[in-house]
Design a binder for this molecule. Sequence first.
Ligand SMILES: *[C@@H]1O[C@H](CO)[C@@H](O)[C@H](O)[C@H]1NC(C)=O
Ligand SMILES: *[C@@H]1O[C@H](CO)[C@@H](O)[C@H](O)[C@H]1NC(C)=O
Length: 144
Amino acid sequence: MHVFSIIALLGAATLGATQGSNATTVTGKLGDAKPVRNNPVIGETWVATFDSTVKGRVTAVAATVGINYTIDVQGLAVDKGPYKYHIHLHPVPESGNCTETGGHLDSYERGDTPPCDSSKPQTCEVGDLSGKYGTVPGPVVMKE
Ligand SMILES: *[C@@H]1O[C@H](CO)[C@@H](O)[C@H](O)[C@H]1NC(C)=O
Ligand SMILES: *[C@@H]1O[C@H](CO)[C@@H](O)[C@H](O)[C@H]1NC(C)=O
């Protein structure tokens, strides 16, 4: 099991309402994200742990098709959500400086604006997990 923490939770009260079926379908400059099939590392697990004001973990398991995510987090501020969450390019360094996580994982150069249509996850930025699975309201989140 690899332990890392590259998932950032960001408050996004202004964008939450624009997600869903009314969102525009936009694909990346390099096209739609290609589904990963016959994953050679089925069962390989990555965990992002949160252990400060926000506690919990986000677990990603390589499945036969794609990745299964489990989100189990508590301590998010009630009045700052809904929260967006993404996979970033780099882990949070020892210094805790989140700027050094770089941009979002975005292999197909899509960006996260405009918000993506969760019913067409292949058109979402690869690392835009809240775009694909929905924002979280806080303060406690349990999603599979
Ligand atoms: C991923 O989730 C699917 C659907 O719940 C499940 O059938 C499959 O066993 C899971 N795969 C792994 C490797 O956890
Ligand atoms: C955090 O990292 C960024 C990018 O490397 C840098 O510009 C900034 O000065 C750093 N902030 C602190 C407080 O060290």
